[in-house]
Design a protein around this ligand. Structure first.
Ligand code: AR6
Length: 173
C-alpha cells in the first residue's frame, strides 16, 4: 500500500492534519453527520465564514479556515445524493475528490483527511464510493507532488476494513 494513502478509523474532527474535508450540502450552512460534527467542533466562526461563500455546487469544493479544529483548513465539498446510479453520481463523487485535492494543492496543503463522502445520509453504496475515492485520489497523487499524504477517515470498522482491502486490491498493480 503506498504510504501516501492511509485508511484510519476515527473521528475526523480530532485529526492533526492541515486540512479536513467536509461532506457538506449545497447551502454550506451545516447539517447532520460529519458536517454537524465539524461545525460543532470548529465553533460558530466557521458558520459565519460559510455564510459568505454563497453555497457550493454538487461535485465542487470551497475552502475555509478550521477555527477551533486542530486542522488549519476545512475543504467543504458536496457529494451527490444517490439516485440509483444513473444520474451521474459516480462522476460527481469523483469530482468531489479531485476538486478538493486541487484546492489543497493550491493552498500548499501537505496532509489532508477525507471522510467517506456521500455514504451516510446521501445513500451512496459504500463499496462503490470507496472504489471511486481510492482510484481518484491515487490518480491525482500520481501526477501531483502535493498533498503528500491523504488519510481516508472511516467512522465504522466495516468501512475501515473495506478501505484497507480496496487499497490493497486496487493499488497492487
Ligand atoms: N468523522 C468521520 N466520519 C464521519 C463522522 C466523523 N465525525 N461523522 C460521520 N461520519 P454523512 P453524506 C461518516 O451523512 O452522506 C449532512 O447533513 C459517516 O459514517 O455525514 O455526504 C450534510 O449537511 C459516513 O460514512 O454525509 C448533508 O446534508 C460519512 O461520514 C448530508 O449530510 C458521510 O456521511 C451529506 O451526506
Amino acid at each position: 500500500m503506498p504510504e501516501r494513502l492511509i485508511p484510519i478509523q476515527g473521528d475526523i474532527t480530532k485529526l492533526q492534519v492541515e486540512a479536513i474535508v467536509n461532506a457538506a450540502n449545497n447551502s454550506l450552512l451545516g447539517g447532520g453527520g460529519v458536517d454537524g460534527a465539524i461545525h460543532r467542533a470548529a465553533g460558530s466562526e466557521l458558520l459565519q465564514e460559510c455564510r459568505q461563500l454563497n453555497g457550493c455546487a454538487t461535485g465542487e469544493a470551497k475552502i475555509t479556515k478550521g477555527y477551533k479544529l486542530p486542522a488549519k483548513w476545512v475543504i467543504h465539498t458536496v457529494g451527490p445524493v444517490w439516485k440509483g446510479g444513473n444520474q451521474g453520481e459516480d462522476n460527481l463523487l469523483a469530482s468531489c475528490y479531485l476538486h478538493s485535492l486541487a484546492l489543497a494543492e493550491e493552498h500548499n496543503i501537505k496532509t489532508i483527511a477525507f471522510p467517506a463522502i456521500s455514504t451516510g445520509v446521501y445513500g451512496f453504496p459504500i463499496e462503490r464510493a470507496t472504489k471511486i475515492a481510492v482510484t481518484q485520489v491515487n490518480k491525482f497523487l500520481q501526477s501531483h507532488n502535493s498533498p503528500k499524504q491523504v488519510l481516508f477517515v472511516c467512522f465504522s470498522q466495516d468501512a475501515y476494513l473495506m478501505y484497507q482491502q480496496l487499497l490493497k486490491d486496487l493499488l497492487k498493480s
